[in-house]
Design a protein around this ligand. Structure first.
Ligand code: DGL
Length: 270
């Protein structure tokens, strides 16, 4: 069996890349729902339905474990899928998200105890991060900033352009105006590491910038160590297959640029 990695588009590749660096032995299936991206501006019900559909497809492709490598889906769909759907579909499979491991990593970084959260409208509005942060670190003040233009810039391969600079600076400035004491920025969207150079350029130099890839990869490694019932089912051929709900050519081209290697992709039909 394999490990499924799901995102609304290309963002989850920033997580997959780190999985393959830390855990190269496993077989992965990546699914990007590029035809319906972005998820960040969609309602709770729509994100849940789309995510569930994609998780079921990954189960059909023999995934024992699916990682929602998407904060929006983790915020809006994970809990319902885990509690309501999974027991009916197959209680032996697992679906994990990216929010909890990210939150756990924040506590040791911030000195000022003021954290800024950059995410999609959906992730920010869901309140999932402040809720999780409050549970573990009640002394941390969280301020959220929705960055609705960042995912479209990345999905349309415009993240190196001057237009991207404008929108990166705009959202960081807005966030820091709302709370100047912030010393830690959480990139709470898996697309955002692709804008990391620009984010570093426009953020104050002392700022800690939290990118999720290495955190989620370490958390998966720990999970597999604790869950032999899943780990022993996983094939270990070091292979990775890519699926997209959009044009295969477009996905191959963009994903190859993001991953710095040429890949083969398949179209997912429902
Ligand atoms: N990569 C996704 C996330 O982490 C979201 C992007 C979208 O808006 O579709 O939230």
């Amino acid at each position: 069996m394999r490990i499924g990695v799901f995102d609304s588009g290309y963002g989850g590749l920033t997580i997959l890349e780190q999985f393959r660096a830390l855990l190269p032995q496993y077989d992965y299936v990546y699914l990007g729902d590029n035809a319906r991206t972005p998820y960040g501006t969609r309602s709770f019900e729509v994100v849940y339905q789309y995510t569930l559909q994609c998780v079921k497809k990954l189960f059909e492709m023999d995934c024992a474990l699916v990682i929602l490598a998407c904060n929006t889906a983790s915020a809006k769909a994970l809990r319902t899928i885990q509690q309501k759907d999974l027991p009916l579909i197959d209680p032996n499979r697992r679906v994990l998200g990216v929010i909890r491991p990210t939150v756990e990593a924040i506590g040791n970084l911030t000195q000022s105890r003021h954290v800024g959260l950059l995410g999609t409208e959906g992730t920010i509005q869901s309140g999932s991060y402040p809720m999780e942060i409050q549970k573990i670190y009640p002394d941390i003040t969280v301020t959220g900033q929705a960055c609705p233009m960042w995912v479209p810039l990345i999905e349309n391969n415009e993240y190196h352009s001057e237009g991207a600079d404008y929108f990166v600076k705009k959202y960081i400035d807005q966030l820091l105006e709302n709370d100047p004491q912030i010393d830690t920025l959480v990139l709470a969207c898996t697309h955002y590491p692709l804008l990391l150079d620009k984010i570093k350029m426009h953020a104050p130099k002392h700022m800690h910038i939290v990118s999720q890839g290495p955190i989620i990869a370490q958390s998966l490694a720990d999970y597999l160590q604790r869950h032999a019932e899943i780990e022993t089912k996983l094939d270990k051929n070091g292979q990775c297959i890519f699926y997209t709900t959009e044009s295969v050519e477009k996905f191959k081209q963009s994903a190859s640029t993001f991953l710095h290697e040429s890949i083969q992709a398949h179209h997912l039909s429902w």
